[in-house]
Design a protein around this ligand. Structure first.
Ligand code: KG4
Ligand code: ZN
Length: 344
């Protein structure tokens, strides 16, 4: 019998503030995962500065790719295809990865596979969970997105809920800045919340009328700002830890509520969380409890695969590659690419 040939994807991710490359075998086995983070640089400005992000990607991308190939023990000639995030994200940042991927694919005569960043976040769950296969329900919570998604098959999605305003991670970042924690806010709020009382302040839990799976986080963010301003005006002290914990509780309550509602409605028995905010310890705990009560199997990636990385892009690119996705030399960055929208 002929042995099945391994499919090796060299994946590239540069949609925001991490320059990343990875080599992934057969969609699920990570041979290398190299991430050059710009967080420290952007922290000086309190958030991601797009122009600086693009410039840093240009500086780092070649060495990140070289290290990924080296650590995987793979020569470029062994690679089956080049996978790259082409949207959504910051246009200048995406362009660096897309141009690089095209150049490598052209020079090495390899197929080029464009990947949707959110498809990558969801696929991060495939890396450590060999038993996870579609169909399943997924909650993607990152700095730019909050989506409840039905994963019908590999590469086939129905978005059943989304945020109407801020993404969950964006709310974490803005509130962290307001209470003086700095950037990036999510991990800092997660940490100080452990010392706070999550019942100290009851912040609003917004539900969107007639859209049970949609989210809105601008109200809770404003409520935190109003609360702080109120304290300042009255000359009262406020506890950073209590506010962080109470805010985190308000956000996680809504995420869990909507997700569980969708799980019940769609009779899902598998649920996968993904994206930077999926590394939040309170969210993981609350999701674990809620899923256990309903007999639903919960999946979440390790921390390193929650925030932006190229291994998840390699996992998604594998399934796109197997489905026949091949991009031409006209592949461009699409900053507002919709999930499920395909390169034609
Ligand atoms: O997925 P990601 O790396 O980038 C995007 O695609 O947006 O997500 C970054 C976001 C940031 O907003 C960051 O504050 C948030 O994820 N984040 C967290 C935690 N770790 C990262 N939010 C809450 N708790 C965390 N532990
Ligand atoms: Zn991301």
């Amino acid at each position: 019998m002929e042995e099945k040939k391994d499919v090796l994807i060299l994946a590239i991710e540069s949609s925001c503030d991490e320059t990343a490359a990875a080599v992934v075998r057969n969609g699920r086995e990570v041979l290398s995962n190299v991430i050059s983070s710009q967080i420290a640089l952007h922290a000086l400005y309190g958030g991601v500065v797009p122009e600086i992000a693009s410039r840093k990607h240009i500086e780092k991308i070649n060495q990140v790719i070289e290290t990924a190939l080296l650590e995987a023990g793979t020569a470029l000639s062994d690679i089956s295809a080049i996978g790259v995030t082409y949207g959504p994200g910051l246009v200048g940042a995406l362009l660096v990865g897309v141009a690089e991927a095209k150049a490598i694919a052209y020079a090495a005569k390899k197929p080029l596979v464009g990947v949707h960043h959110i498809e990558g976040h969801i696929a991060a769950n495939f890396i450590e969970h060999p038993d996870l296969e579609p169909p399943f329900l997924s909650l993607v919570v990152s700095g730019g997105h909050t989506h409840l998604v039905r994963v019908k098959d590999y590469g086939k999605f129905d978005i059943i809920g989304r945020t109407r305003d801020d993404a969950a991670g964006e709310a974490f970042d803005k509130v962290a800045r307001a209470i003086g924690l700095g950037y990036p806010g999510g991990p800092k709020i997660d940490k100080v919340s452990k010392e706070g009382n999550r019942e100290a302040v009851i912040f609003p839990r917004a539900h969107v009328e007639d859209a049970p799976y949609d989210f809105s986080f601008s109200g809770v963010k404003s409520a935190v700002l109003n609360y702080i301003n109120g304290c300042k005006m009255k000359g009262e002290e406020y506890s950073q830890a209590d506010i962080a914990a109470s805010f985190q509780k308000a956000v996680t309550d809504v995420l869990v509520d909507n997700a569980m509602h969708a799980i019940e409605e769609y009779k899902a028995d598998k649920f996968a969380i993904a994206g930077g905010v999926a590394s939040n310890s309170a969210l993981r705990e609350a999701m674990k409890n809620a899923c256990r009560e309903r007999g639903v199997k919960l999946y979440y990636p390790s921390l390193v695969y929650c925030t932006d990385n190229a291994a998840m892009i390699g996992a998604a690119a594998y399934y796109e590659y197997m489905a026949g996705t091949r991009c031409g030399w006209d592949l461009n960055a699409v900053p507002n690419l919709k999930l499920g929208e395909r390169y034609e």
